[in-house]
Structure formats: C-alpha cells, structure tokens
Design a protein around this ligand. Structure first.
Ligand code: ADP
Ligand code: NA
Length: 344
C-alpha cells in the first residue's frame, strides 16, 4: 500500500483568524492525531505566496515566526508533523518553473482568485488595462502553479482544503496528469480532504469570507485577540433587525454566520440545530455574549501556550530548521527524479 502524504500551507500574511483556525488549522491538528502509521504530514508556511502582494520585509519575517508559534500553540506537534518555511526549500520555486512550462495559460486566467482581482481592482476596466494600468504582478496570476508545485514536490496524496481552494487543487491534478502523460507517470494525483461547513464569514460583511487581508480588523477574530477585544468585536458585529436567533444563510446571513461559528467552535458534537435550539429564547445581544464566551474559552488556552512558546528562546527557530531538514530530504529526491524525466 502506498504511503499517504498530507500537505497543506498557510500564508504568513498576518495573525491567523478564527476562520483559518476552524477551516484549516484545527483540522490539521485532528489529521495528525488520527492513525499515523503510514502517514507523512507536512505543513508549510508559504512565504513565497505572500510575495504576490506587497510585504514589509521585517514584518514578513516576524509574521513567519509568529505563524509557526501559533500553529504549534494550536496543537500542531512538530514530533508528528513537519512544519517548515516554503522558501527554505528552493525546490518549490524550481519545480514551479518547470510546471509553469506545461501549465495551461487559459485555465489560469479562469481562476476565481484572478478574476475577482480583476473585478475589484478599479484601475482595470478591460483586459488590456492589466498591462497598462494595474500594479498586479505575474506571480499573482501564476501562484496556483506554485501551489501545484508545493503539493507535487512531495508527491502529496492528500491535501486538506477549504472550498475556496478546490479549484486550485483541481489545477494541481490537471498539471500532474499532463506531466505524467508527457514525461513519466511519477506524480500521484492529490486528493482533497474537504473541510466542510466551516467557511467563516466576515463579521462586517457576511457575504465575504473572514480574511487576514480585509482592511477592517473588526471583520475578524484574530487568534491573539484578548478576551475584551473578542467580546467587543462580537458585540459590534453586523446583525439584522429580525428578533431572535435562527439559521437562514440566505435571508439572515449575518446571524447565521454567528450560529455556524458557535457550532464550529463547540466542536463536532454540537450541530447548528443544537445551537438554534439552545438559544431560541435569547435575543441577539445575549446570543452574542454567549458566542464571545465560547470563543474566549477556546482561544485563551491557545494564547497562554503562545506566551509560553515565545518565552522559550530559540525553540521556534529550531523547529523550523528541523522541519526544513526533513522536508528537504523528500524535495531533493523528487526534484532529481523530475530533472531526470524532463531531461535537465
Ligand atoms: P487568508 O485568506 O485569511 O489569507 P489563507 O489564504 O492563508 O487565509 O488560507 C489558509 C487556510 O485557511 C486555507 O486552508 C483556507 O481555506 C482557510 N481559510 C481562510 N479563510 C477562511 C475562512 N474565512 N473560513 C474558513 N477557512 C478559511
Ligand atoms: Na485563502
């Protein structure tokens, strides 16, 4: 039986938020804690992806360390999972180049991330404007190919993804298939491990996902927010003028988002129906207070662990160095094979 290899990545572009936690990190933790006999797990802090948007060099460096600290504080165990910085393994960039040379240009142009950039950038009114007026870089267009390289470099068989990333995983599969046909069948087609029902929306605009890159800090709960900030953000978040707690994502997107957050924070045994039933007599304010309480209860132990880890001088650097060493062993071997079959 072929060995399972799980790969996933997170951008070090800011403090991870509750959406990242519920949609990705908490799932990464549970994957690591189920049957580990034939399983390799790699979690990458994908700093090369962060460069597709402008970054302050010093802040980026600090954010990487912070991200590693937070991942470990959330329960990613360096003895069970490899945690490493993408840019420390130069094979990612090299494989991305090789894959760039077989990636279908048209399919990349149809990627949602790219099309939504074109729609939201006010300087772009027609495709020609992409060249003349926008500051968009080529990397932002082609980063799904780098993602494919991240996955294929380790011959990953499984990739935990949110629904926002399914299209990119499909592209990785397409590229792998094309490569296998054109050269030699060396890449397994990576399968998604879908994290369903945990898409957390912005606290301000419930039609948009909670994101590190949204300008308003009040749109998200950062994992490092102190309890008073959490309570305040939840108290001030958008709701509607309808009384009471119910779940109806179309008619009542804001309160429904809070209900799903509540259920997700409480864990697998608490369903959306449970939450609605439990709070059917609460008003919005009472429900918000209860929600803030469950979030605080979940995040305070993580925050204590972050503090503890940060007081251990050199520990995070050591974890990242060892992680890079382990990742490099697989990456070097697989890229050598790619070189051989491609003719490099
Ligand atoms: P962001 O969009 O906040 O910068 P990333 O692109 O770094 O986050 O995504 C890291 C992981 O977190 C991905 O697996 C992604 O699917 C997941 N994720 C991001 N935002 C959310 C959200 N609002 N709800 C659920 N999962 C999310
Ligand atoms: Na994302």
């Amino acid at each position: 039986v072929a060995q399972e290899l799980i790969f996933s990545g997170i951008q070090p572009t800011g403090i991870p938020h509750l959406g990242n936690y519920l949609g990705a990190i908490s799932n990464w933790v549970s994957l690591q804690n189920t049957d580990t006999r034939r399983k390799n797990i790699l979690y990458s802090i994908v700093d090369l992806h962060a460069l597709t948007l402008p970054q302050d060099p010093n802040i980026l460096r600090e954010s990487k360390k912070k991200m590693a600290t937070i991942l470990i504080a959330c329960g990613i165990d360096p003895r069970k999972s490899v945690i490493f910085e993408q840019s420390k393994i130069s094979e990612h960039a090299e494989l991305a180049w090789i894959l760039n040379c077989i990636a279908p240009f048209g399919e990349l142009g149809r990627m949602t991330h790219w099309k939504s950039k074109l729609h939201t950038d006010k300087n772009i009114k027609s495709p020609q404007d992409i060249e003349s007026t926008s500051g968009l870089c080529l990397g932002l267009f082609s980063y799904p190919v780098l993602q494919a390289a991240d996955i294929l470099l380790y011959k990953a068989t499984h990739v935990p993804v949110g629904d926002d990333q399914i299209q990119h995983l499909q592209l990785a599969r397409d590229i792998a298939e094309k490569f296998n046909k054109k050269f030699n069948p060396i890449f397994p087609l990576p399968n998604p491990i879908l994290v369903s029902g945990s898409r957390i929306m912005s606290l301000r605009q419930p039609t948009q996902k909670m994101s590190k890159s949204a300008t308003s800090d009040y749109s998200r709960i950062n994992l490092t927010d102190p309890p008073t900030t959490i309570a305040l953000k939840i108290k001030k978040c958008t709701t509607d003028s309808i009384k009471g707690v119910s779940y109806d994502p179309t008619e009542r997107p804001a309160i429904s988002n809070l209900v799903s957050m509540y259920a997700a924070v409480k864990g697998n045994s608490t369903t959306i129906e449970d939450v609605v039933a439990e709070h059917k007599d609460s008003n919005t304010l009472q429900f918000k207070e209860a929600l803030a309480d469950v979030i605080v209860a979940q995040l305070v132990p993580i925050q204590k662990e972050i503090e503890r880890l940060e007081s251990e001088v050199g520990y995070i650097e050591k974890v990242l160095d060892e992680g890079a060493e382990s990742a490099r062993i697989i990456a070097e071997q697989n890229l050598k094979e790619v070189h051989r079959v491609v003719g490099l």
